[in-house]
Design a protein around this ligand. Structure first.
Ligand code: ADP
Length: 500
């Protein structure tokens, strides 16, 4: 049982938004079967503000017993409730209402996200609006989930139905909680499924607030359930539950593998969006005005805690020093600090654990012989701040170029020519994203094709839109979310033969 009594005045210092303060003061509960309930164990855990390390709230520590309860109620809603008989227009309307409510509460949600995660408030706002767009986008799909009529023998009529998968367990990470919630819940509902969502233990607050908005949208009870708790207990219970039909997970590759194993008991459908070590390849003909700041934010956005962060910056050898000078200069200008300040670009990391991990990797880089062009010092004082750090003299074989650091840390690595850039870029166990910077159109297309990654950006970075699929090659995941591709994750196909 957590012992610290949260002091909202300390933890949310500087916040004057009444809705945020009211929410923080309300007791936190699990959303199960349309009701807000305590964890069966009665336990709670602390959730903190990483900018000042103060406790923001006590949150129910849901575990297997609560997941069991959520599955029972979700199953009931899926099989016998109002939900399966609702027509697709009505499903679309629910999603549109949720989108409108998210947008209406954008300021409140963004502040809460920043308080709990540490991301810059401008980014939190952007993610919140993207979440609203994601609900709207899948509202459109709810009425466009088609089957086929097939060219069968004239004595038969054969058609297919695209049906929901059923009860979906959805486990999301702490790095973009509102956006990840939308990526999971919106397509699941559009396709007629029901959801049990588990937010990350570090950042449960915005999911609980959106749970309240979902209730306000009057969704039938049990269609969306939110169980807060730890990964090894609540998360593992979802992954292995015999009555959950599908698990969708975003998080580390390590945990993704555990989920895949745990889900084999009842052969759940599994989609995984995992880690990355994405190459950002810069040719000398790139537009530097754009390539430099965008490459920097490619690994500093959200303090680098982004699975698709461009943490391996490949630069052609003859242009390497010039580019590093520019990048370092720009890094020195990045506004890092209080994430609630509208002009801040880089806030703190999410937790002490991440802080230690990232500083550990910075130490490893130095020990491996890499040099810091900027950053690399361990910050003291309250809050888990790490300065943008750029390593040079890096070989692609070094640990800092192979493992996901999840902090504002990049390795700049020289390449000889296009083939070498592609070879080194692909020389990784990951394949989530990549970028290429060049004014040569043919080269841009060639590299985009040659890179083994789920998303390739040409002359841009970190652009993500619900209209287009997102997911990984190699150990960066299984399946594609967003775009029409989420429909494949959340539907299954039935073939019907009718003898005429
Ligand atoms: P990170 O390493 O970036 O913290 P994780 O992959 O550990 O990310 O966490 C992502 C999500 O997975 C969180 O919601 C977390 O609680 C959950 N999780 C962690 N371990 C497990 C597990 N063994 N089974 C299921 N979910 C887990």
């Amino acid at each position: 049982m957590a012992s610290t009594v949260p002091s909202i005045e300390r933890a949310a210092r500087g916040v004057t938004s009444a809705p945020v303060l009211d929410f923080l003061r309300r007791p936190k509960r699990l959303l199960i079967g349309g009701k807000w309930v305590t964890a069966k164990s009665g336990k709670t855990f602390e959730t903190i503000n990483p900018a000042n390390e103060e406790v923001l709230a006590l949150v129910p520590e849901g575990d297997k017993a609560d997941v069991d309860e959520a599955v029972k109620t979700a199953r009931k809603a899926y099989e016998y409730g109002k939900w399966p008989t609702i027509n697709p227009h009505q499903r679309a309307k629910y999603l549109l209402t949720i989108a409108d409510l998210i947008e209406k509460h954008v300021d409140e949600l963004a502040i809460l996200e920043t308080l709990n995660n540490g991301m810059a408030i401008s980014l939190a706002r952007g993610f919140t609006l993207m979440a609203a767009d994601t609900f709207r986008y899948y509202a459109g799909w709810a009425t466009k989930i088609y089957g086929e009529t097939n060219p069968s023998d004239p004595s038969m009529f054969n058609y297919t139905l695209r049906e929901p998968v059923g009860v979906c367990g959805q486990i999301i990470p702490w790095n973009g909680p509102i956006a990840m919630l939308a990526w999971k819940i919106a397509p699941a509902l559009a396709c007629g499924n029901v959801s049990i969502l588990k937010p990350a233990e570090q950042t449960p607050l915005t999911a609980l607030r959106i749970g309240e908005l979902i209730m306000e949208a009057d969704l039938p009870e049990g269609v969306v359930n939110i169980v807060t708790g730890y990964g090894e207990t609540a998360g593992a219970a979802i992954a292995s539950h015999p009555d959950i039909d599908k698990v969708a997970f975003t998080g580390s590759t390590e945990v993704g593998k555990l989920i895949l194993q745990a889900s084999s008991g009842n052969l759940k459908r599994v989609s995984l969006e995992l880690g990355g070590k994405s190459p950002n390849i810069v040719f000398p003909d790139a537009d530097l005005e754009d390539a430099v700041p965008t490459s920097l934010m490619g690994f500093c956005m959200l303090s680098g805690q982004v699975c698709c962060a461009g943490t391996r910056v490949f630069v052609q050898s003859d242009f390497h020093d010039r580019f590093v000078d520019h990048l370092t200069h720009y890094a020195s200008k990045v506004k890092a600090g209080d994430p609630l300040d509208a002009s801040t670009m880089v806030g703190p990391l999410v937790s002490k654990e991440q802080f230690n991990r990232v500083n550990g990797y910075i130490g490893t880089g130095k020990n491996e012989g890499a040099k810091t062009a900027i950053g690399g010092q361990v910050r003291t004082g309250k809050g888990f701040f790490v300065d943008p750090t750029i390593f040079t003299d890096v070989k692609n074989s070094m640990k800092i170029a192979r493992e996901e650091i999840f902090g504002p840390v990049a390795a700049v690595i020289p390449f000889k020519d296009e083939n070498d850039a592609v070879f080194q870029g692909n020389d990784t166990t990951y394949g989530l994203a990549a970028a290429v910077w060049t004014r040569d159109v043919s080269r841009a297309f060639r590299v985009a094709r040659a890179i083994k990654a789920g998303t390739v950006w040409v002359n841009c970075y970190n652009n993500i839109d619900p209209i287009s699929p997102f997911g990984g090659y190699k150990q960066s995941g299984i399946g594609r979310e967003l775009g029409k591709h989420s429909l494949d994750l959340y539907t299954q196909i039935k073939s019907v033969y009718v003898k005429l």
